[in-house]
Structure formats: structure tokens, C-alpha cells
Design a binder for this molecule. Sequence first.
Ligand code: 13P
Length: 337
Amino acid sequence: MNASELEATARDLVAERKGILAADESSGTIQKRLASIGVESTEHSRRAWRQLLFTTPGIDEYISGVILFDETIRQHANDGRRLVDILTANGVLPGIKVDKGAKPLVGSSSEKVTEGLDGLRARLAEYCDLGARFTKWRAVIAIGPGLPSSHAIAVNADVLARYAALSQEAGLVPIVEPEVLMDGSHDIHRCLEVTSATLRRVFQSLAEQGVHLEGILLKPNMVLSGKDAPTREGPEAVAAATVRCFRRAVPAAVPGIVFLSGGQTDAEATENLDAINRLSADQPWELSFSYGRGLQATPLKVWGGDAANVPAAQAAFQERARLTSAARMGAYEPAMA
Ligand code: 13P
């Protein structure tokens, strides 16, 4: 591990105005996304969609890095260049999802633990050779009656830390993603409680396993009311709860917090990120984004699988990136949209 290189990469990923595009949907998830626009998921259609995103003119103005899926890091564009090389040539850092998905946790009827540690050291070495500069691992924590269990939080935190240590050993910046899901009718206070408990346990495991905090990024949920809550809090309350939670649980050594969009609408994901940044001029970390749906949902609809729509879809992606970048600086105005 070269600590100063890890630190420099982590800082580049949260450079001013910039954030991360998560384009690492697993085979099952991308199939659902493409089905939503009536397109069958094939090697060809997945490549066409991701090539459209990565070749968007001026992508590097707002996007610092892209998280890829295993298939994508090996794919070539129509002009024969590797997709990874196109990103790198455009000044965008390629990253890679290295977990193998959340699987049922033994002894629990509904909780999950993320798999993928077996053989990870060898896979990381290969991803390094393929040009990756950073990695991602997602753990999921569900809120519900009697959930989450402290056991599920502990198991996932230990696995996240093991992944982060191996990633740093390989010279790759780990994006540590403990996602507290927004599914359910719980209120924002319950989300605050569970997110705090999860983050505290994750940072305990990271410390125990010797992870270099200056060389990671944290990818968490925002602190939100549940999706089906009778009343859902607006951006100011979300920002207050989110910043309070992170000030209590996330060490100042961490260079950046890159939020996931997690199923929020485009408007919510933008307005909440903006409110968080408006509140947070003096926070110790950069507060940026690592959005999947929040950047892709609109351009995906505009594309609809039709090559004739590529320029319009790229314009829609640029627009989502521009607005999300403004929110990342706390400078978003609805009139910009
Ligand atoms: P969403 O922004 O769609 O939640 O995706 C981010 C991500 O990478 C989840 O792992």
C-alpha cells in the first residue's frame, strides 16, 4: 500500500464540483433497468448503454470517477478502444464493484450479508492490471419490526473492513458502502438511530483491521423518512439529521462522503444533497455523490434503446450531472432545471 497515492486518488474522486457515477449494476439489476424501457438485457445492449454514458462530451466536468461492473471493465467500444481507456483518456477514474451481492444471513429470516471475500486478493490484482483505481463494496441494512439486529450490523461491518483492508493493500481506494435501506414506513428518527449505529460499528471494524482512513471514501444513505412513511421530511430536516449523524459517527480523517441516491426521485436526490451542502460549509469531509439511478434514470428513458436518441440521452445525462454537481456545491436552484 502506498498511503499517499491512496490519499491523492480519494481526494481526486471528491474534487470540487465533481462526484461519482455508479454504473456497476449487477446482471440482475441492469436487466430490470433495461426492461423498464422495453430493452432486453444482452451483452450488446448493456455495452451500448454504458458506452453512451462514458462517451458523453464533457463528462469530466462533473464526474470524477465511474464504478464499473466486471463485464464492463473488459468491454470495448465501437471504435475498438476499451471502455476503461475511454474513461481514462477523458480524465475520469475507473473503479470496480468487487462484492458478489447481498445473500441471506444464516439464522435470520430476512437480513443479509454481502459475499465476495473468497479469492478477492487475486481479483483485486487483476482489476488493478485492467486499469481500476478504486473499488466498491455494498452492504445492506434493512429497517423493520425488530430490524436490524446488532448481529447483522456487526457481520457486515467486519466484512466491509476486511474488503477495505485488502483493497488498500492492492493500491485501490475502497468505497465503503453500508446502505441503510429507505424501504418501510419508519420515521426519520429511526433512520438516524440505525444509520448512526451502523456507521459507528463500521468505523470500529475499520480501526480494528488497520484501514487507513485518509485513503477511503464512505458511501452511505442520507438520513431520510422511510419511503412509505405517513409524512416524509423535506430537505432541511433531512440535511439537519444527516449532518448530525455523520458529525457524530464519521472520523474527520475520512476525505469524503459520497451519498447514494437509493431510490429517491431525481428531485429529492438533488434537493437533499444541496441542502446538506448548504448546511455544511465547515464540515471536515467533502460531501458529494455516487449516484446510480439519480444520474441514469432520466437519460435511460430518453435513450429507450434507440441509437437515434444517443445525442439526446447524452444531453440528458449531462444535465443530470450538471444539476447534481451544483447540489454538491450547495448551489442548486430549481430554476436551473
Ligand atoms: P443508487 O444511487 O441508484 O442508489 O446506486 C448507487 C449504488 O451504487 C448502490 O450500490
